[in-house]
Design a protein around this ligand. Structure first.
Ligand SMILES: Cc1cc2nc3c(=O)[nH]c(=O)nc-3n(C[C@H](O)[C@H](O)[C@H](O)COP(=O)(O)OP(=O)(O)OC[C@H]3O[C@@H](n4cnc5c(N)ncnc54)[C@H](O)[C@@H]3O)c2cc1C
Length: 563
């Protein structure tokens, strides 16, 4: 019998709500579900919200009765905010989070590198926003609870899973004992220690790095701006690295690397934590400032991914699919992109708008993203926590040279999580004009946001389904294009037409934007009427044309909706 704790988790700033367990005895017999999602972390909840946006119901089963223990992921990127905007929680994140865009690297008391993350006037969101994972999960949970197509079952732990012909049987344990759930599709969003991954005996590819980091959240009043602070090789922790981030509610995150040979248990002893945090505060000039511990944990850096996220009717997403180092804020930010991708592609297969090859496309796209992240995060990890030998030698040389030499300083660049462009996606249209454009988002990339008016941005309007951005001054959309649009809509697929360039309604278009100053055209590399972009439901570009005709639109839609 599964007995999740009913004690609210401790925290000095967050009040955990303990939810009631879902019990089968209080409900009618269970029908076969369309989608069961295992896990209510960011990957599980965003998958459910994305499925629901495309009309597909899901049941989330989750082992605990509360949201995440401790702050865990605290830094969210602009692309994550754009994804969260789609599922309706970006406003709450913005209202409560701390935006920032500068990162500092210190060595021997000197700031040797200061990075400014670009912030374009066309962007709605800051490059980074700090807020604790519990809040993010609470906002997602409220959105799930408010959606009639999503059911969340607290205190329901998956204990056994079995693939059958075309469906999956899951045994779910609860505080009153187990029950069986049958489902067409099962999404494994059960986190880094995925029991489903273990049950299927799936091997991950990649590397694990030596050494441990402590993460500690402390409540302290520090008069420092919201910027990332990295301290290399400080006197109190020679050879190692310390990171500091401001979080909302007077909390600071202090991450530090442990000396070789020290065990996580030793490192988490209260005396050990206190001595090191005091030493760090003293080094930055705040020795003696009172502070209180909220939460601490230990992690090690791993760069691992499953080579395929689709296994029959079981689909892996988030940390269950890959384990990424948190340098460069990879964990939750990657989980959002995974879930957004899985949500629409699974929905389109379930709704019958595409064949199951769309799921293999999803897997190829996201495994490609994980491999790219692993490549980049590996570089950061080798700089932050270098293995012995050449890597340590190189890092030490960069540190000492950086005190006097500008040319080595860019090596401190921390390579923050960024959206993956699906350059090699099967959904990109081979016969379009992608290669002929000189500006604008290309094949597989998410669109560059554009400020249309004060507090009105391009991405505010995109993402319900496919979108055709058509550049025209004419009174009406061409008939032959509209015939293709109508035929696509008749299959049930959402395809909106947005006319750009006319200051009057354009017959056939769902929306029109005048783009009076030509700014959108310029950023999208459009010089003449008749150009167009086709965007997928996750907003990524799958085709663009300098001159669109009906044949090429038809071909692009066929490529994007493989049968
Ligand atoms: C200690 C720690 C510190 C971290 N710090 C950072 C950080 O500083 N920055 C950063 O970017 N990322 C950090 N991460 C990573 C980040 O939290 C994850 O990448 C992110 O939460 C991944 O989301 P997910 O939904 O894939 O998995 P998770 O958030 O882990 O969610 C998994 C869900 O599955 C549920 N579950 C597990 N097994 C079962 C089962 N058998 N049945 C039912 N439910 C089950 C869990 O209860 C949970 O709800 C940290 C992670 C940990 C563990």
């Amino acid at each position: 019998m599964h007995t999740p704790t009913t004690q609210a988790r401790p925290s000095v700033y967050y009040s955990y709500q303990v939810h009631q367990p879902w019990l089968a005895s209080q409900h009618p017999p269970q029908p076969r579900q369309r989608v069961v999602i295992v896990g209510s972390g960011p990957a599980g909840m965003v998958t459910a919200l994305e499925l629901a946006r495309h009309g597909v119901p899901s049941v989330i089963v989750t082992a605990e009765l509360q949201v995440s223990q401790g702050s865990r992921a605290i830094v969210f990127t602009r692309r994550s905010m754009e994804i969260l905007q789609q599922v309706g929680v970006a406003d709450r994140m913005t209202a409560h989070g701390l935006p920032w865009r500068f990162g500092n690297s210190f060595y021997r008391g000197q700031c040797v590198f200061r990075l400014e993350a670009p912030h374009d006037p066309d962007d709605r969101f800051f490059p980074m926003l700090n807020i604790q994972q519990q809040y993010m999960e609470e906002y997602l949970l409220d959105a799930c609870d408010a959606h009639p197509l999503i059911e969340v079952r607290w205190g329901n732990k998956l204990t056994r899973v079995e693939q059958r012909e075309g469906h999956v049987l899951a045994e779910i344990d609860t505080p009153e004992g187990p029950y069986t759930l049958e489902t067409d599709w099962l999404v494994a969003a059960d986190g880094g220690r995925s029991g489903i991954r273990a049950a299927l005996n799936l091997q991950m590819e990649g590397a694990s790095y030596e050494g441990f980091f402590v993460i500690a959240d402390i409540k302290i009043d520090l008069p420092l701006p919201t910027e990332r602070r990295a301290y290399f090789d400080p006197d109190w922790n020679r050879g190692n690295t310390i990171l500091m981030h401001r979080e909302p509610h007077g909390i600071w995150r202090v991450d530090y690397q442990l000396p070789p040979g020290e065990s996580p248990e030793e490192a988490l002893r209260p005396e050990s934590l206190k001595a090191r945090i005091d030493a760090q505060l003293a080094m930055i000039g705040f020795g003696g400032t009172p502070w209180e511990m909220d939460w601490s944990s230990v992690y090690s850096a791993r760069t691992l991914t499953l080579p395929d996220y689709v296994h029959g009717n079981i689909l892996f997403t988030g940390d269950a699919a890959h384990l990424l180092p948190i340098f460069g804020v990879r964990g939750a930010n990657t989980a959002f992109q995974d879930a957004q991708s899985l949500g629409w592609q699974l929905a389109y297969v379930i709704r019958g708008w595409a064949g199951t090859s769309l799921l293999h496309n999803h897997s190829e796209e996201r495994v490609g993203a994980a491999r790219e992240i692993i490549e980049e995060a590996g570089k950061s990890t080798r700089f932050m926590a270098p293995p012995a030998g050449g890597f340590a030698l190189l890092r030490d040389a960069v540190l000492s040279l950086s005190l006097t030499q500008d040319f080595v300083r860019p090596l401190y660049h921390w390579r923050t999580s960024r959206p993956h462009a699906y350059v090699h996606s099967r959904l990109n249209s081979p016969g379009d004009d992608d290669a002929l454009f000189t500006a604008g988002p290309s094949h597989g990339a998410p669109p560059q946001n554009i400020r249309l008016a004060p507090n009105d941005y391009l991405l505010d309007h995109l993402g319900g389904g496919f979108e055709l951005l058509y550049f025209t001054h004419a009174q009406a959309m061409p008939d032959d294009l509209m015939a293709i649009v109508q035929a696509t809509r008749q299959t049930g697929v959402a395809l909106r037409v947005i006319a750009i360039g006319a200051d009057h309604p354009v017959r056939g278009a769902d929306l029109h934007w005048a783009d009076a100053d030509g700014h959108l055209r310029e950023r999208y590399g459009v010089a003449a009427n008749g150009a167009a972009y086709l965007l997928r439901p996750d907003q990524h570009v799958c085709a663009r044309w300098l001159t669109l005709d009906a044949t090429r639109l038809q071909a692009a839609l066929r490529a994007a909706l493989p049968q």
